[in-house]
Design a binder for this molecule. Structure first.
Ligand code: BGC
Length: 414
């Protein structure tokens, strides 16, 4: 009798085994820890949970993702990669080269990603013809965020149209007793400002030659010296406590009316929205003065790592949820970015989001869309980090314009 019961239990366990074997959870490593970022990520978590997939969160704070990339390295080296990792541009390709990323071609083919994801993103989401990452958005770095009430008080009626006007406005703001530019002194934030200053100073062709082609002539040119001179002008408009400040704290200074402007990618909008601020009424978004018509983009993608067979089904569900058109709209409305698919309507987006979508489409047609150096879409991390180092030491007054230019040439040939 007892034996019979035991047999029954064993048979039940064997029948249940395949269902138990499939791991219905995903572990996701990312650096979305600010209020706006977390709100956006919750959209994805919620959608997956509705499908019965458990979300194991692995946040690694630090804008731009440097700390996150160190954490990924440790996990992969230990032979225990997460299911998916938020990643930027060239980093995805670097991991793909090492043969540790999954093959998403089956999901991509089933859902037609080849047709709906723009080529500028596919260049990073595919390696040797295989989809290895799921793009969640397109951000761009050449934006300025402004507190409308502060501008009204200072008497600034229109967003500055040129670099010189921007500096003049900044000086007027300072005279009126406000901080002109809210800035966080971290290398990636200085590099973000640098993206815009290269564009406004040298234009698209110069940006491409210097930061994408790494042409030593462009890197060592008088135009590059002017770029550093202008970084110095921006430095004078920043408050004395900028060192080490997080980007979202800087956004908070504009939101609260302590500061007039922040030069930052459109993830900053996520902070304004999260604080219930309304574009056009409480804050303004405009392209960095002199870069109208140009877009320096970066795209957050979830690089999918090779995981055990029991985890593949949940990983595929995650990939598919990320590219879902409804999700792409809902997520990007909150995140401040624009969809990574060209077939998502702009209906749900606010004025800044609609502008972002339109600017991206136009720049892509006009050939004025470039990958952001600061956010890993212009060159591999080794060179990007060498540029960061020069830009930051210059911003902190450790080297002058001349020396910075010489060091950029050396950094570009790393
Ligand atoms: C990412 C954004 C993120 C920002 C600040 C950028 O590199 O693309 O998604 O919000 O860093 O953390």
């Amino acid at each position: 009798m007892i034996k019979k019961q035991l047999l029954g239990v064993l048979i039940a366990a064997a029948v249940a085994a395949p269902a138990l074997a499939a791991d219905q959870s995903v572990e996701v490593l990312h650096w979305w820890t600010s209020g706006g970022e977390a709100a956006a990520l919750n959209v994805l978590k919620g959608n997956l949970e509705k499908e019965g997939i458990k979300w194991n969160d692995m946040p690694v704070a630090g804008g731009g993702g440097e700390a996150a990339m160190t954490a990924v390295r440790a996990r992969v080296t230990a032979g225990n990669p997460p299911t998916a990792v938020q990643m930027l541009g060239f980093d995805i390709q670097d991991w793909a080269k090492q043969g540790v990323l999954a093959d998403l071609n089956a999901v991509a083919a089933r859902e037609g990603w080849d047709k709906s994801v723009p080529a500028a993103l596919q260049r990073f989401s595919k390696y040797n013809g295989k989809w290895i990452a799921a793009p969640v958005n397109v951000h761009s770095t050449n934006w300025v965020w402004a507190n409308k009430a502060v501008l009204d008080k200072v008497g600034i009626k229109n967003p500055p149209a040129s670099f010189d006007e921007f500096i003049a406005d900044g000086e007027a703001v300072q005279k009126a007793g406000f901080i002109a530019i809210a800035h966080g002194g971290q290398p990636w934030q200085e590099a973000t400002v640098f993206d815009s200053i290269v564009l406004t100073t040298g234009g698209i062709d110069f940006y491409k030659k210097a930061l994408v082609d790494l042409d030593p002539k462009a890197l060592g040119s008088p135009t590059m010296e002017k770029v550093f001179h202008r970084m110095g002008q921006i430095r004078k408009l920043v408050d004395k406590d900028f060192s080490g400040r997080d980007w979202n704290v800087a956004s908070g200074m504009v939101i609260s009316g302590k500061a007039a402007f922040q030069i930052m990618g459109d993830w900053a909008k996520g902070e304004f929205i999260n604080a219930k601020k309304v574009p056009g009424k409480d804050f303004l978004c405009f392209r960095f003065p002199g870069t109208q018509g140009m877009v320096s983009f970066n795209s957050d993608q979830f690089a999918m790592f090779k995981v055990g067979a029991d985890k593949v089904a949940a990983q595929d569900k995650l990939a598919s949820a990320i590219l879902d058109p409804g999700f792409q709209s809902a997520f990007n409305v909150v995140k401040g970015s624009v969809p990574a698919r060209t077939d998502v309507p702009d209906t749900a987006f606010d004025a800044c989001g609609k502008k972002g979508i339109k600017d991206l489409a136009e720049a892509s047609k006009a050939g004025t869309l470039v990958g952001s150096m600061a956010h890993g879409h212009a060159e591999p991390a080794s060179i990007k980090n060498a540029f960061y180092d020069v830009i930051t030491r210059h911003f902190n007054g450790q080297i002058d314009d001349r020396k910075a230019v010489q060091e950029m040439v050396a950094a570009g040939s790393n």
